[in-house]
Design a protein. Sequence first.
Length: 150
Amino acid sequence: AARGASMYLLGATEASNAGAVAAVKARYPDIKIAGRRHGFFRDEADEIAVCAEICALQPDILWISMGVPREQRFIVRHRHRLTSVGVIKTSGGLFDFVSGMKKRAPVWMQSAGLEWLWRMVREPRRLGWRYLKTNPFALFLLLKKQGPTG
């Protein structure tokens, strides 16, 4: 679009959210950040008020960084309130990485598709069980899709 896409960043801690906005603006000075807010709410009324604020700002893209499954549950509860938002994009812990609050895996691990392993080693109590449940299933689907070899 001629005016460029506007974004609203919702989620993470206040420091991580503010840091992500600052990092994005530093790298892309012409980007339009319509608004931002941390991802912690007092109650449902607070969530509804934030949805009203987001709708009033009419961002083209709403980035939600609350982690799985909080961000998906937020969308299920409030999608009907976010009618003036163009696209809703969940992003897990993205704001923590963009802000520099958490360090990304070395480039070679990113390239090899092993960033999940880096994260699990760094945060085993938080991510170990999740990866233990989902990775074998993902491997099964991958092997099933490839079918028999030779």
